[in-house]
Design a protein around this ligand. Structure first.
Ligand SMILES: OC[C@H]1O[C@H](O[C@H]2O[C@H](CO)[C@@H](O)[C@H](O)[C@H]2O)[C@H](O)[C@@H](O)[C@@H]1O
Length: 656
């Protein structure tokens, strides 16, 4: 059975990623890409849907008692095998400690088990983009730390999201060793290991003893089934290379403030969500981790949203990472090449347009949350805000000195021409509601952002465009929002024109410069959101899922948790209006929601006190970085409450 969402840690190779549970089980892995079918889908079902667990064979965790090391060996004698009879799955013993190795995506879990202490090191080496070695690999090194520990590896591969049992067979090697190959349809997966394996109940086991100082490596390699077998990796060399890769990458980070640890962990996570061959960025590496446990709010996030990727790019640019920004800009230009009339709000990681949504009816879902969806119907929605987010990201790229790209410039002008005709249309908005289209205030505000930044580009560079006409457009959008999206009686902007509902996306109004932070309508909106959309512990819901009659407003049944991005936005706004101490306190409470290895899902369930939604989620880690930058610019720890002043101004400038 899958663990809690926060029990998982991410490993990945910038083409796909795996989730490893605290009990040593890899319960989620799609091969060869983020959006490929899963080989391990136990996360959304049971062990029957695929997993790979390595951990102590004896479930009881007791103090080490055997000073005499056992010979490093594999259990080849069948009588010994009976000592630990194969079970339907390996014993699930939670690790006593876990961490990432320094600033990397290399996971280390340790167990104080019967007989000693053992460490399992899990990672996926970054792959070359071309050539025979460009295959996904997961490497697991079992290291004896103290005493002698009996270990078990239990590997159950199920292709096609847990549906297909592959043909598993031994392939003898000229040197007398063997490899285990699993083949079905287009996929083959190869297991190499330094321990003898045996099959039982459609599962591949290895039982072995690890003594202090031993290192026993296993590797899983995917290869298209029609190609020759991939070569077995040198696990130790791969470990060294992977560690160096992350050291070099993190060394480029320009952030030097008090929140270095969460910022760097978030940056590493975002890097882990980028698809290196194309520059695409997934919103999360999972599908259908529920926003409402047991409910239907389950979505596939293994795609590139223009919104999520644009804000990811902005965070990366602000912290010194330009290569990723350049790669995503190229991805964008290829993805939207053609007519911006056909702009989608999301694409596949290589720019694919067909993301047809369907349900995998053989999977029971995470803690029974059904349906399990693949594809995403939101791809066909109209969401006007993405024009603003994309243009803002292109603008920031320009401002931070990324070499100008004429195609990007041309695209920006075409996007504005499109908006000129369509900004008055109702849309599905930032939250991708599945109810009727509306005139969402946030969508109009972001349309204003797109026009505003383009005007600035034209004013600041040799670029050309109908400046006066677009200035007039900018003024008209602004006036329209202030007239129709603002409720003067309650002194707050509202979710959509004419509504009484609130929406946490309105917190972005001062952040994007639509109105200054000290505008009374902005302060009124912040206060209204704090009052009406806050959970008991001070986090923020993105909007009320039910209206005052108890009807669902977004076309979906059930409730959802506090939306973490919105909670970070509230902290930002509080800092901007001078309530810096409150902002800092909220930010630090949000940091405390991260799991023990620093990861955040999309939402937090305030009742169950657990993370919910896809995991880890770029849309949570990006605002974490942005708020950290803002608060760092405010200076000092726990500044006393003060009216908007120099600290708040510095906070604003930090985000430029
Ligand atoms: O709430 C319904 C929608 O939920 C998902 O969208 C959310 O995730 C996106 C990716 O992070 C994000 O860009 C969006 O703002 C969120 O609302 C889901 O992908 C949609 O299909 C669904 O309609």
């Amino acid at each position: 059975m899958a663990g809690r969402i926060e029990d998982y840690a991410l490993i990945g190779d910038m083409q796909t990623a795996a989730l490893v549970s605290r009990d040593g089980a890899v319960d989620w892995l799609c091969l060869p890409r983020f959006d490929s079918p899963a080989v391990f889908a136990g996360l959304l079902g049971t062990d029957e849907h695929g997993f790979w667990r390595i951990g102590p064979a004896e479930p009881v965790s007791v103090a080490p008692e055997s000073p005499e090391p056992l010979p490093r060996s594999v259990f080849t004698d069948p009588s010994e095998l009976r000592v630990i009879p194969p079970t339907a799955s390996a014993p699930a013993v939670p690790a006593d400690r876990r961490r990432y190795r320094g600033d990397s995506l290399i996971l280390e879990q340790e167990w104080d088990a019967q007989g000693g202490t053992v460490r399992v090191i899990d990672f996926m080496p970054p792959r070359p983009l071309t050539g025979v070695d460009s295959v996904p690999q997961m490497i697991r090194i079992v290291e004896g730390v103290e005493g002698s520990v009996r270990m078990r590896s239990a590997l159950r591969m199920r292709f096609s999201y847990g549906r297909i049992v592959p043909w598993v067979h031994r392939v003898e090697q000229p040197d007398g060793t063997h490899r285990t190959a699993a083949v079905a349809g287009p996929d083959s997966v190869w297991l190499d290991g330094e321990a003898e394996t045996y099959g039982h109940h459609l599962t591949t086991y290895a039982d072995f003893t690890v003594n202090a100082g031993d290192r026993i490596a296993f590797a899983l390699t995917w290869q298209a089934s029609h190609l020759p077998a991939p070569s077995a990796p040198d696990a130790e060399a791969m470990l060294e290379g992977t560690e160096q890769f992350w050291l070099d990458w993190v060394a480029q980070c320009t952030y030097q403030g008090p929140y270095r640890e969460p910022v760097v962990r978030s940056l590493i996570t975002l890097k882990g969500l980028t698809y290196a061959p194309t520059g695409g960025i997934v919103a999360a590496p999972t599908t259908s981790l529920p926003e409402d446990i047991g409910g239907e709010r389950n979505w596939d996030y293994r795609y590139t949203w223009l919104r999520d990727a644009a804000i990811t790019l902005s965070s990366l640019l602000r912290t010194g990472y330009r290569d990723e920004a350049r790669a995503w800009r190229e991805w964008l230009l290829r993805a939207v090449a053609g007519d911006p009339e056909n702009l989608q709000i999301m694409y596949g990681i290589a720019g694919e347009r067909e993301l047809t949504e369907s349900a995998l009816d053989w999977l029971p879902g995470y803690e029974g949350s059904q349906p399990v969806r693949i594809g995403n119907g939101a791809a066909g929605q109209l969401q006007l805000d993405v024009y603003g987010e994309v243009v803002e990201a292109l603008h920031l790229a320009h401002m931070t000195g990324l070499v100008r790209n004429d195609h990007a410039h041309h695209l920006q002008l075409k996007l504005i021409s499109y908006l000129e005709e369509h900004w008055t249309a109702p849309d599905e908005g930032i939250w991708e509601v599945r109810g009727p289209r509306r005139h969402f205030v946030h969508s109009k505000v972001m349309a204003w952002v797109a026009v505003d930044r383009t005007i600035k580009l034209i004013e600041q560079s040799p670029a050309e465009g109908p400046l006066e006409r677009w200035k007039d457009l900018r003024d008209r959008i602004h006036a329209d929002v202030c007239e129709k999206g603002y409720d003067a009686d309650r002194n707050t902007f509202t979710q959509y024109y004419g509504s009484k509902e609130l929406d946490a996306s309105l917190l972005l109004i001062p952040q994007v410069g639509f109105l200054p932070p000290d505008d009374k309508r902005v302060i009124g909106t912040i206060e209204a959101i704090q009052r009406e959309l806050s959970t008991e512990d001070g986090f923020v819901l993105r909007y009320p899922t039910h209206d005052q009659q108890g009807e669902n407003v977004d076309g979906l049944s059930g409730h959802e948790g506090a939306f973490l991005a919105c909670s970070f936005w509230l902290a930002d706004d509080l800092a901007m209006i001078g309530r810096v101490q409150e902002a800092r306190e909220l930010f630090e409470k949000l940091l405390a929601l991260r799991n023990d290895v620093g990861l955040l899902a999309e939402e937090w369930d305030p009742r169950a006190k657990r993370q919910v939604g896809n995991f880890p989620q770029a849309f949570s880690h990006v605002p974490l970085i942005d708020t950290a930058l803002r608060l760092t610019a405010c200076g000092g720890a726990y500044l006393s409450a003060q009216p908007a002043g120099p600290a708040a101004e510095r906070a604003e400038q930090a985000m430029m």
